[in-house]
Design a protein around this ligand. Structure first.
Ligand code: SF4
Length: 487
């Protein structure tokens, strides 16, 4: 029997029919990972249920759908139940779970789809419209269909989220009712994709596929010099290359039009030669010692975790700072919050104490991030504003320098430290080799450290992992600078 459609399959299938086909026929090829955003999304979803009085949870696993449908029926028939969480329904081989089904007046119901997002995204409509379609066809009276999303202006007080103020709502019922034919057409189209034997041919692209669990599978046969490595390649140009079956940079005709930056990537890849601009050494002088190398880690998630902060506010919980002096001596400082309190001022003051001892430049990688955090700290703690402005004025960006002046074919179109460091220093311990390999994992670890983990040994391990990760970040900047200095 062919797999059912679900709300996530419906939504994903409309974005990429190959994704739907693979999740139907080759599910095992997917690299499914629960990331930090999903963890917070679950907590937001649970928080939303607190708004609804007399609610009952259908506590049946997703792989036991028929049982979940039976349990839902019992709650539907019980007039004392004011809302059903994870309500399960099936219609015509479409299985759905409704985040919250609210009992309304006159025997009608309201669909509430909960999103841990601060804005309405186009694809939310697909989530809610398929639920509406199923319930209407099962003859339920639906008088409202709302997306509940995060009010980004909500401010946490007394360490307790007031969930009714935390969410904003957007009503979709009229829009859905005006588009029922389109929903039916979509369902027919997706069911047809599911039943064919042949895998759909969809050309993967970095922004189109962002976060897809089948990414590794879809790009497994792509060449090292894949055209997707050309930065900001417009989709019209990608389409021309796709139509000519060109997926390798080396096969692109020499007269194909590119921007100046793209041409550097293409030429360097084709010739396997490093690009170095004429002003490389002149610009490099700006990074001359004495100099600091600095990096923040911030927690930014839908759930505010410190009083007087808002959802998605960037909370700097960690930093690392290296100093290189004129005699090539290296010194290192670091900060990591380890207790459940407002840690921001302590961390910022420690940073100020160190860097205000001299006027050395402060090298970062992606200055807009560090500057935005420092500016926000200046707004939050006005007494520190002058010092923070002084720090901001000393920041210089190594990423900008590289983007303007240097390209290595092994960057593969990316200027992230994960690509740049191993391309320049292949023998160096890789940026992402430790137990924490990126900012998302750092947030996940920090959140667990403060709010979830109880075991002291595990806590110590998390602290050690985080310190190692952030230190490696600024050490990477220092090593890259030293590599350029020795050219
Ligand atoms: S990686 Fe891209 S092309 Fe492949 S299934 Fe996912 S979205 Fe579709």
């Amino acid at each position: 029997m062919i797999e059912h459609l679900s709300k996530s399959r419906y939504k994903r299938g409309l974005h990429c029919n190959k994704q739907l086909w693979l999740s139907t026929h080759k599910y095992d090829l997917g690299n499914y990972q629960k990331n930090f955003s999903a963890l917070i999304g679950d907590k937001v979803g649970i928080g939303a249920t607190e708004i609804f009085k007399d609610g009952k949870l259908v506590d049946t696993p997703f792989n036991k759908h028929e049982e979940a449908v039976q349990n839902t029926l019992e709650f539907l028939n019980d007039l004392k139940v004011g809302a059903i969480f994870e309500a399960a329904f099936s219609y015509n081989n479409i299985n759905i779970r409704v985040d919250i089904l609210e009992r309304l007046e006159n025997e009608s119901w309201g669909i509430r789809e909960v999103k841990s997002s601060k804005s309405i995204k186009d694809n939310f409509y697909h989530d809610i419209s398929i639920q509406y379609y199923v319930l209407k066809n099962l003859n339920y009276k639906i008088s409202s269909a709302q997306i509940m999303y995060v009010n980004e202006n909500y401010v946490l007080k007394n360490n307790r989220v007031e969930w009714d103020k935390f969410f904003l709502r957007s009503e979709y019922k009229d829009l859905i009712e005006n588009n029922t034919d389109e929903i039916q057409d979509n369902i027919s189209y997706l069911k047809n994709i599911q039943i064919v034997d042949q895998e759909p041919n969809v050309s993967p692209g970095k922004s189109f596929c962002g976060g897809c669990e089948f990414w590794d599978y879809c790009i497994k046969d792509k060449p090292k010099d894949w055209i997707a490595n050309i930065p900001r390649l417009h989709k019209s140009k990608k389409r021309i290359l796709d139509e000519k079956n060109i997926d390798s940079i080396s096969k692109i005709p020499n007269d194909f039009p590119f921007t100046e930056k793209q041409q550097i990537v293409v030429d360097s890849t084709k010739t396997n030669q490093v690009f170095r601009s004429k002003k490389f050494f002149y610009e490099l002088k700006k990074f001359k010692p004495p100099v600091y190398f600095f990096d923040f880690e911030t927690l930014s998630c839908a759930l505010p975790t410190i009083n007087n902060t808002k959802p998605f506010e960037k909370l700097p919980f960690q930093w690392s700072l290296h100093h290189l002096d004129l005699n090539k001596n290296i010194e290192h400082w670091e900060f990591l919050a380890t207790e459940k309190k407002d840690y921001r001022k302590e961390g910022i003051e420690k940073l100020i104490d160190i860097v205000m001892n001299d006027e050395a430049k402060i090298v970062v990688y992606n200055q807009s991030f560090e500057k935005s955090v420092l500016n926000q700290m200046g707004d939050t703690f006005p007494e520190l504003q002058d010092s923070l402005n002084g720090i901001i004025n000393r920041i210089i960006d190594l990423e900008v320098f590289i983007k303007e002046n240097y390209y290595h074919p092994d960057f593969q179109g990316s200027y992230s430290l994960k690509k740049v460091l191993p391309a320049l220093l292949p023998d160096e311990k890789k940026y992402n080799e430790g137990n924490v390999s990126d900012g998302e994992q750092a947030q996940d670890n920090f959140y667990r450290l403060l709010f979830e983990e109880k075991d002291q040994e595990n806590k110590k391990q998390i602290i050690s992992n985080l310190l190692e990760y952030c230190k490696k970040d600024t050490e990477s900047l220092l090593l890259i600078y030293q590599y350029f200095e020795n050219l």
